[in-house]
Design a protein around this ligand. Structure first.
Ligand code: ADP
Ligand code: MN
Ligand code: MN
Ligand code: MN
Length: 334
């Protein structure tokens, strides 16, 4: 029987791109989703008189929402004329860097935080007027009044599993309405592809509840935590280390390129990385064992054994995983 393929791509919206998707019906004898196209003038990816952009399938998985034989098809956006990567296509550059430094076997785990919002723009769990009780009981909380939106998390986690994505866990976050899921650990392209599809599934599932998923870095001003995407990374050398040498060298290399990283870690990073709310100031680089107020945290188990991984705590929830992993590859391996 004919089946449905949901083609997903990243658009050209500024300052933070959005996800887009549309459905193609494939005949039952079609086993590989073909190249497709869309109107780039409606996604900030092309002028009206040269509006065609191409969708190049790069990652396919079962569609956990429609079920059956239906699939999700993540695509790179290509220029229709030349078949070169579109300027908004950051995956192509990530693929290049990953290939160049493949021998270092760098892998990543990304902690995606996000905030559930009502259609009027207020965070779920905030009273209609005013504020909830200050932060404290909400992180990993249980019970009404402490946790909201759990039905969406449950549905999303199962959907990621059904799709075969590398989801590792979930938790309620420090601010009411804020949650996290983790994807990894895997090479840069795999973790970024899985994260992108997991984000799409989250938006899609929350749609049924009239809940907006915000990846804004600081969705609520004041004494409320922002939303990040801590990016954990390791090279083969870091994993096989004995004395933290490779891990220290990686941190020092990243410390030499502070601005290059921070300016590419997502819109409005200055509002989130203030030095408060478990962050380090965006323009001051530091690293340390167990330190959640440092730019890069080295987990205590890693110091104990002298080997493992490090956590770059600076990327925003709205970061582009292809760009963040590419920069870490280039800086740490380069
Ligand atoms: P925390 O909330 O304490 O910062 P999490 O449990 O949310 O930590 O996330 C830990 C992340 O570290 C996971 O995404 C996991 O994939 C990642 N990770 C674990 N080991 C490695 C490793 N060797 N290399 C890269 N990432 C790793
Ligand atoms: Mn976490
Ligand atoms: Mn978190
Ligand atoms: Mn973390």
């Amino acid at each position: 029987m004919a089946y449905q393929a949901e083609y997903i791509w990243i658009d050209g919206t500024e300052p933070t791109p959005l996800l887009r998707s549309k459905t193609k019906i494939l005949a039952d004898d079609v086993t590989t989703p073909p190249v497709w196209g869309f109107d780039g003038s409606s996604t900030n990816q092309a002028p009206g008189d040269k509006s065609d952009c191409a969708l190049q399938p790069v990652f396919t998985c079962p569609d956990p929402i429609r079920g059956g034989d239906n699939i999700l098809v993540l695509c790179e956006v290509m220029l229709a004329q030349s078949n070169k990567p579109h300027p908004t296509n950051t995956r192509a550059a990530c693929a290049k860097a990953a290939k160049k430094f493949a021998a270092e076997e760098m892998i990543f785990g990304i902690e995606q935080e996000y905030t559930m919002m009502r259609l009027d723009g207020s965070p779920l769990g905030f009273p209609k007027d005013g504020f909830p009780e200050p932060q404290g009981p909400y992180y990993c909380g249980v019970g009404a009044g402490r946790v909201v939106g759990r039905e969406i998390i449950e549905e999303h986690t199962q959907a990621c599993l059904d799709a075969g994505l590398l989801i590792e866990g979930t938790n309620a976050e420090v601010m009411p309405g804020q949650w996290e899921f983790q994807i990894g650990a895997a090479d840069a392209l795999t973790v970024s592809d899985h994260l992108t599809v997991a984000r799409w599934l989250l938006h899609r599932i929350a749609e049924d509840y009239d809940v907006v998923i915000s990846l804004a870095a600081k969705p609520q001003k004041g004494d409320w935590n922002g939303a990040g995407a801590h990016t954990n990374f390791s090279t083969k050398a870091m994993r096989n280390d004995k004395d933290m040498k490779a891990i220290t060298a990686a941190c020092n290399a990243i410390g030499k390129k502070v601005m290059e990283h921070v300016t590419n870690y997502g819109h409005d990073i200055e509002s989130r990385l203030t030095g408060k709310h478990e962050t380090a100031p965006w323009n001051k680089f530091s690293y340390g064992v167990s330190n959640r107020g440092a730019s890069i945290r080295i987990p205590w188990q890693v110091e104990k054994t002298g080997r493992g991984y490090a956590e770059d705590r600076r990327p925003n929830a709205n970061m582009d995983p292809y760009t963040v992993t590419r920069l870490l590859i280039e800086t740490v391996c380069g």
